[in-house]
Design a binder for this molecule. Structure first.
Ligand SMILES: Cc1ncc(COP(=O)(O)O)c(C=O)c1O
Length: 380
């Protein structure tokens, strides 16, 4: 690891901070499947490692790279985005009050309103796009965490990280940001005052639809961080070494992938704004989008590869357009090299608050003209 200090984030990612295989001088790290580590005759750990439910050489490179990209103090990789997010809430204590967004990844909402509430967390949903509403919902001495997701899944609404960090800190609470849609290419929440940043690394960080993973990065290695790490090793929500290795490989191309996906998403959004087959295009890059000004302030170099279309003709219109697509793949998830589309309300089920006419698009790396043409023929 002899890279100069001045390197920029795309260099950090492409060279994985210089991590390779010291044993062979290989320029990519080896995979370390060992679950346990030997002790010497004096009973001390020879490598400092004990057991792979706590640490493994394959966790370290993606953790170090992401810590650097997010300008944080430390990162932990988890077995999924959900286990990363839930570790943050599990590090709280029964009776603690948390504020979470009204628009939030639906499985996390279900977990918060189900398990977390059963275990004694006091979970309150609030419109996090309105800092005054969040401030009004804070319970002094009781609110320990404000969780936001920006841009949010699936309506892309934007929350003001800097303003909400101030609200959280005035109340003695932490601000955690699910930055899965924004990625460290476009947004650095810790530099805007957030305390924790979480990713579903299944999405853009890995980028190839072949790993389920999650991450949490902290601004400070404090006692709360120690509890998050303890949740991971005690609950055993660790990533397998091969998945960690794949994640690092995916992260090497993060900057070129996300830049291209954001450019194409912007073109698609502009193309379909005002289109007769579309009621509304939800994309933070459009100046007409309600969260655009905040997004423009807190996102650099683009607005991400996710957008949603509200299709004319309600749910039947959306579902028949979905059925006519030939290049976009009908599948859940996002952030991969292939473009995906889904009717979120069907996936989220009867409790869903997502508009029934909404199709969520994850823009991949195909030719943008091909993607636009496919949508054109589907939306007529
Ligand atoms: C914004 C967001 N956060 C968290 C998650 C959960 O991540 P995972 O599926 O890796 O558990 C998802 C998954 O779609 C997501 O979109």
């Amino acid at each position: 690891m002899s890279l100069p200090d001045y390197i920029h984030s795309p260099t950090v990612a492409a060279q994985a901070l210089g991590f390779g295989d010291p044993a062979t001088a290989g320029i990519v790290p080896a995979i370390h499947p060992s679950t346990t580590y030997e002790r010497g005759a004096d009973n001390t750990l020879l490598s400092g490692r004990l057991y792979s439910r706590a640490d493994n050489p394959n966790y370290e490179p993606p953790e170090a790279v992401l810590t650097r990209l997010e300008a944080g103090a430390a990162t932990a990789v988890f077995s999924s985005g959900m286990s990363a997010a839930t570790a943050v809430f599990m590090a709280l204590k029964p009776g603690d009050h948390v504020l979470v967004p009204k628009v939030i990844y639906w499985a996390l909402r279900a977990w918060l309103l189900g398990w977390a509430t059963d275990w004694g967390l006091r979970v309150e949903s609030v419109d996090t796009t309105d800092p005054a509403a969040v401030e009004g919902s804070v319970r002094r001495g009781q609110t320990k965490l404000i969780w936001i997701e920006t841009p949010a899944n699936p309506t892309l609404v934007v929350s003001d990280i800097e303003a909400l960090a101030e609200v959280a800190h005035r109340a003695g609470a932490l601000l955690a940001v699910d930055s899965t849609f924004a990625t460290p290419v476009h947004s650095l929440p810790l530099l805007l005052g957030a305390d924790l940043v979480m990713h579903s690394a299944t999405k853009y960080l890995n980028g190839h639809s072949d790993v389920i993973a999650g991450t949490v990065t902290t601004r400070e290695e404090d006692a709360f961080w120690g509890r998050i790490i303890a949740v991971r090793s005690q609950a055993g929500t660790v990533l397998g070494p091969f998945e960690a290795w794949l994640l690092l490989r995916g992260m090497r191309t993060l900057f070129v992938r996300v830049a291209a996906q954001s450019r194409a998403a912007m073109r698609i959004a502009e193309h379909f704004e005002g289109h007769s087959g579309v009621e509304a295009v939800l994309y933070p890059g459009l100046t007409s989008f309600p969260g655009h000004r905040v997004a423009a302030r807190q996102m650099q170099g683009g607005f991400g590869g996710m957008l949603s279309l509200r299709v004319a003709g309600g749910a039947p219109g959306a579902l028949s357009a979905l059925g006519r697509l030939r290049i976009w793949k009908r599948a859940t998830s996002l952030g991969g090299v292939e473009s995906l589309v889904e009717h979120r309300a069907s996936v989220e089920g009867p409790q869903s608050a997502t508009p029934a006419d909404l199709l969520r698009l994850s823009v991949g790396l195909e030719d943008a003209d091909d993607l636009i043409r496919d949508l054109e023929q589907a939306l007529k």
